[in-house]
Design a protein around this ligand. Structure first.
Ligand code: F3S
Length: 369
């Protein structure tokens, strides 16, 4: 069947997809392709893929490529329904909607979130999936016990079209064991410290860290995972959390006050920020409620999945809840914003390096105060 697809029996769109999977399988020494139960595709914002990406997707869709498994999308560059009201640039929004159309033509669901596991796409333990967003990949492997490599937008889309991925890397049990033994010297005081620890390890080490002495909440796991994945890490073990948790005698790393302070300093370039952005990765309902509850004079933008819309009270004044997009993949700089405050090391890193903005990195509580 696979050779038939490779010979073009299911059309040019599917042929192109399987060619990509076979090439990746060959590079990685995979024995075969395996079925996946779902996909999560990145490369959605016009800011990150541009006109070339839009042309590539439209061409693939026009070649008859159709997705075979449930597939959701990463954040886009605008709030799809309220981009006018929220002052997103019209030309940018137009291109963004064309990108979404190409994905929808192929059969993807435009849920546009980097926390699909909080928005109806939550794979079970042991599921084989093909996810591309690095923060959701690490969460799926480490917290849910699903299996995925860190795919590119293109390879996750190819896998969704064929309904399979190549069997290598984190799909194999032997590659999911811990390789770094992390000792945290002081229990993190808040989510930003979890993010700083993740960022420090991700920046300086490769492999699979094992944490034995932390007790993060779901939200802290999400923010620490995103920071670890800002480097090249795609899985971690936390005792009491990771379903496949095993201890390791491997290389020992100590992370203490000094490393955390150093990271806070490296991710902050200003003392105050024009807009406080909460929601990298996208906020859980609990985080949205917390951000809405805290009193502040600051302007606050809260990013979350559209799925949460009905559960969130419409907001008011200086706080906006924004769906489908985030502070990194939306054109904040084009909208005249020069500095943001964030509790996410990932958002801080990309806002500094991709968007060229100033950043204040701190906990949500600290930023809103
Ligand atoms: Fe998600 Fe955007 Fe952060 S895609 S992980 S909120 S950079």
């Amino acid at each position: 069947e696979e050779e038939g697809i490779l010979d073009g029996e299911e059309g040019e769109g599917a042929q192109k997809a399987i060619e990509i999977l076979v090439a990746l399988g060959d590079i990685n020494g995979a024995e075969k392709l395996v079925e996946i139960s779902g996909a999560q595709i990145s490369g959605v914002s016009y800011k990150t893929i541009g006109d070339a990406g839009l042309a590539f997707l439209s061409d693939w869709a026009s070649k008859g490529a159709r997705i075979k498994v449930p597939a959701t999308l990463n954040p886009a560059g605008v709030d799809i329904e309220r981009w006018k009201e929220l002052n997103y640039p019209p030309e940018f929004a137009g291109k963004q909607l064309e990108i979404l159309r190409a994905y929808e033509d192929m059969g993807a669901t435009a849920s546009c979130t980097c926390t699909p596991y909080l928005a109806g796409n939550k794979p079970g333990f042991g599921s084989t999936i093909s996810w591309a967003e690095s923060s959701s990949v690490i969460f799926a492997n480490s917290v849910l016990g699903a299996r995925t490599n860190r795919e590119s937008g293109i390879s996750a889309l190819a896998a969704a079209i064929i309904g399979k991925t190549s069997l290598h890397g984190l799909h194999l049990t032997e590659n999911r064991l811990g390789t770094l033994n992390v000792e945290i010297e002081k229990m993190p005081a808040n989510e930003a410290e979890y993010a700083a620890i993740g960022y420090y390890i991700g920046k300086n080490y490769r492999g699979i860290p094992v944490f034995n002495n932390i007790k993060p909440s779901m939200e802290e796991l999400k923010i620490m995972g995103a920071a670890l994945a800002t480097g090249s890490i795609s899985m971690f073990h936390v005792r009491g959390v990771t379903p496949e948790y095993t201890d390791t005698k491997a290389e020992r790393i100590q992370v203490g006050k000094e490393e955390i302070e150093e990271t806070f300093e490296s991710l902050s370039t200003c003392d105050d920020a024009e807009v406080v952005c909460i929601g990298c990765p996208h906020c859980s309902l609990k985080e949205v409620e917390e951000a809405l509850r805290q009193k502040t004079d600051k302007e606050v933008w809260i990013f979350t999945a559209r799925k949460n819309r009905d559960a969130i009270e419409k907001y008011r004044g200086n706080k906006k809840v924004i769906y489908d997009t985030c502070m990194v993949v939306s054109p904040m700089e084009e909208m005249g914003i020069r500095s943001i405050g964030t509790n996410s090391a990932k958002a801080a890193f990309y806002s500094l390096n991709l968007s060229g903005m100033d950043v204040k990195f701190d906990s949500m509580e600290g930023l809103l105060k």
